[in-house]
Design a protein around this ligand. Structure first.
Ligand code: C2E
Ligand code: MG
Ligand code: MG
Length: 459
């Protein structure tokens, strides 16, 4: 009797234990496969669902759509009202969209303000109908934390099986279509088409190749000389990255930096650029050019990384380069994106002694108030203005006022893209401090750069 009571108790207890283990397990799975904010499936679960959808559609000859949804202007709301409001907005919007969908549709959050919806369709028009509904649901005004807000969304759609038959391609194509919507004025939807195919495939391929580019030593730096406006002795260089692609040849940054930026690979590439630029500068210093400086471009994602000051400090120390010999270039648009964050980051960098240049100046919208507070060293006039100097009096006036502005803020003014003697003359007449451009020297590899500097000196 005792034994049987004991046994029953044991069994009950094991049962309880198994129960709570199962529950804990369920919670873990839920946490691993869902976004903690909206409780929607995350990227990993989405991938699985798309693969299942492909399997099912293949067996039963069905069609389905993969729809990318990206909110327009979400960043601005986050900046203006804070992350709490931004988070609550995301939750409210996902609840609205969820209400439109059927139980077996998948609605996932990739992160940030990016969502994906996967749903079965009979004909492509079905996807258009869903798009309209999603756009309406997101676009209707809503109140979050007492603030009345309105956002719009850009959608991109890829269809199984006509557009792609693998999870990766469906995602890449829907993404490409979404970017097409963004580029054509946002707030709408676009079906993937063959014309995007070439572009998307090329991007996909470049992205795959880029993952290996650093390890395979395929990146190289070219250096473009910087000169004082009133002289012909090089004061330093801007490092400009290129990619020696094994099949496609030498690729410029405009081709691959945007892809690197969207995939996050830019952080790795950026580290490589900074490291090599500092190593090169050290070589030049050892070769006797002890005053030369090096300018390195930073992408928005690098600039947003909180550990940037540590990376910069480590790199300088590793190569025995002093901070004042390094200039970091950030574009005006990056600098003005999140002004408080920018100010804090620039403060840290300039405290170390690093110089800061505001690149492509004139193409963004600077607030003078912020510009005044910004611990920058240099304004770099965008080359588009310089190029039009001789033909466009408006651009000449803009350049003259940027120079005046820079002077009054005690910033050094650099003009880039100087292609003719006339431009050079004009820019130095109105008081630019430094010049850079094909007329003075093209970007070139390190050994050509040194050879040129040495002949300059001899001349
Ligand atoms: P940027 O920083 O404004 O660089 C100047 C660009 O103007 C370079 O193009 C340079 O080759 C070009 N340029 C220089 N002189 C002249 C001229 O007289 N006429 C004309 N038409 N162009 C001239 P590049 O090397 O193709 O770089 C384009 C952009 O790519 C750069 O603009 C920069 O924003 C970005 N970039 C370059 N290297 C890096 C890098 O290492 N990291 C990051 N994040 N971005 C980079
Ligand atoms: Mg630059
Ligand atoms: Mg520039």
């Amino acid at each position: 009797l005792i034994a049987s009571v004991f046994d029953r108790q044991m069994r009950a207890r094991t049962g309880l234990l198994a129960d709570s283990l199962a529950k804990a397990n369920e919670k873990l799975v839920q946490a691993a496969l869902h976004d903690p904010l909206t409780h929607l499936p995350n990227r990993m679960l989405l991938q699985d669902r798309i693969e299942q959808a492909i399997e099912k559609a293949r067996r039963r000859q069905l069609r389905f759509a993969v729809m990318f949804v990206d909110l327009d202007g979400f960043k601005a709301i986050n900046d203006a009202f804070g992350h709490q409001v931004g988070d609550n907005l995301l939750v409210a919007i996902s609840a609205r969209v969820n209400r439109l969908l059927r139980a077996h549709d998948t609605f996932a959050r990739l992160g940030g303000d990016e969502f994906v919806i996967v749903f079965q369709i009979e004909v492509p028009e079905d996807a258009a109908v869903v798009s309209e509904r999603v756009i309406d649901a997101i676009g209707a005004p809503l109140t979050v934390d007492g603030i009345e807000l309105q956002v719009t969304a850009s959608l991109g759609i890829a269809l199984y099986p006509e557009d792609a038959t693998t999870e990766r391609e469906l995602m890449a194509h829907a993404d490409a279509a979404m970017y097409y919507t963004k580029d054509s004025g946002r707030n709408g939807y676009t079906f993937f088409t063959e014309s995007m195919h070439v572009a998307a495939n090329r991007q996909l391929r470049l992205l795959q190749d880029m993952r290996r580019a650093v390890a395979r030593n395929e990146l190289i730096l070219h250096y473009q000389p910087k000169y004082p406006a009133s002289g012909d002795t090089i004061i330093g260089a801007e490092a400009l990255v290129r990619w020696q692609h094994p099949e496609l040849g030498l690729l410029g940054p405009d081709v691959f930096i945007p892809i690197a930026e969207r995939s996050g690979l830019i952080l790795q590439i950026g580290d490589w650029v900074l490291d090599h630029a500092c190593a090169q500068l050290r070589q030049w210093h050892l070769a006797g050019h002890v005053d030369w400086t090096i300018a390195v471009n930073l992408s928005p994602m690098q600039f947003a990384a909180p550990n940037l000051p540590d990376i910069v400090a480590d790199t300088l120390a590793r190569h025995d380069v002093t901070a004042r010999h390094l200039t970091l270039e950030i574009t005006e648009t990056t600098a003005m994106k999140d002004v408080e964050v920018t100010l804090a980051m620039l403060g840290k960098l300039t405290d170390m002694g690093v110089h800061i240049s505001i690149d492509d100046f004139g193409t963004g919208y600077s607030s003078l108030l912020y510009l005044k507070r910004m611990p920058a060293t240099e304004l770099k006039i965008d080359r588009a203005f310089v190029q039009e100097l001789e033909h466009n009096s408006e651009d000449a006036a803009i350049v003259a006022s940027i120079v005046a502005l820079g002077r009054s803020l005690q910033l050094r003014v650099v003009a880039e893209g100087v292609e003719t003697a006339a431009q050079r003359q004009y820019l130095s007449d109105i008081g630019c401090d430094l010049l850079q451009g094909y007329h003075l020297g093209r970007p070139m590899d390190a050994s050509s750069f040194l050879a040129m500097a040495n002949t300059d000196k001899a001349a």
